[in-house]
Design a protein around this ligand. Structure first.
Ligand code: AKB
Length: 318
């Protein structure tokens, strides 16, 4: 049984991944950590306050709990990073480098680190962007993810660290509120729709982006980490695809369930970030190497969220 540390465990992905890893490995085997307060979503289990730039504290938590595996999720997302470029670089890169260095020093079994479709910029093909397409990111978030991928590959090649990574598309879940990303509109929209409110979208109607339901993101992460090391041919980060959708597509899917739902388009500074990203992703290597297949499409994801969100948030939708 692994002993796992999760950094950034209070985030959108972190909370749900922590809960799932606890159900697989047992509550006491999964140590959640964050600079924020713990939330009930991540289930029962140990929690440590941790700033990922504090290396002695990371090492002491690893020693205390005999950690062998780290999911290092703490980072600033794209829109927040554009407003704090130095903090984004220091946190996104400084945190990763410390974790990789500690993994080498303490011979940890495995490390997971999230990359993003933000590594691609305007030079990459927009449709079915291949794994090896030109990566010239237009955002500081994308620059930090691209550099991080290269550090992962370097630590694997040079020091044998078993670090694995996914280039997540925009992640859509109903359990956490948005956390500073450009794809966050696709989370917020459901909260407004369920409350019967008009949604003001910060992207244009036709801005299609690669997206994924949170259940699929958690599944992809766990499948990648459970795959035999010899199957992992990509040590930068794997493209993973699920759904390509625009705000207009998502609004139409919601209107199938909530006919009165209204949306207004008011693009802001995040439009330029979205315009620099792919529309859809080719994830052939992930399919071939470790059998990746998403379970949800646009309508099945939408139906599931509309069914679950009011129950989860205890909302009276009558
Ligand atoms: C963001 O919008 O910043 C993220 C991402 C696509 O990496 N969701």
């Amino acid at each position: 049984m692994n002993k796992i540390l999760i950094t950034g465990a209070c985030g959108q992905l972190g909370s749900e991944l922590t809960a799932e890893l606890r159900s697989i490995h047992g509550n006491d085997h999964v140590i959640a950590s964050d600079v924020s307060e713990p939330n009930p979503l991540m289930g029962e289990g140990p929690f440590e306050h941790l700033d990922v730039l504090d290396r002695p504290r990371i090492e002491s938590i690893i020693d205390q709990y005999k950690i062998d595996t780290i999911y290092h999720l703490a980072a600033l997302l794209s829109a927040t990073a554009e407003k704090n470029i130095h903090l984004a670089w220091d946190l996104n890169m400084g945190g990763l480098l410390k974790i990789l260095d500690i993994a080498k020093k303490k011979s940890l079994e495995k490390v997971f680190w999230p990359s993003s479709i933000a590594v691609f910029g305007p030079d990459a093909p927009k449709i079915r962007t291949p794994q090896t397409a030109a990566c010239n990111p237009a955002t500081v978030y994308g620059i930090s993810k691209l550099a991080g991928e290269q550090w992962c590959s370097y630590f694997h090649r040079k020091f044998g660290v078993d670090v694995r990574s996914l280039r997540y598309p925009g992640l859509i879940g109903y359990k956490s509120l948005p956390g500073g990303g450009t794809t966050d509109y696709a989370v917020d929209i459901f909260h407004k729709a369920i409350r019967g409110e008009e949604f003001h979208c910060f992207l244009n109607r036709d801005t299609a982006l690669p997206m994924m339901y949170m259940a699929d993101a958690v599944k992809a992460t766990i499948e990648l980490m459970q795959a035999p090391a010899e199957n992992i041919t990509i040590r930068t980060s794997y493209n993973v695809a699920a759904i390509s959708l625009s705000p207009g597509d998502l609004a139409a899917a919601i209107q199938n369930d909530i006919p009165g739902f209204k949306i207004r388009y008011e693009p802001d500074h995040r439009q330029a970030i979205a315009d620099s990203w792919p529309i859809s992703i080719d994830d052939t290597p992930a399919q071939t190497d470790w059998g990746w297949q998403p379970s949800y499409n646009l309508q099945s994801m939408t139906d599931d969220i509309i069914r679950q969100l009011p129950v989860f948030w205890n909302l009276d939708t009558a």
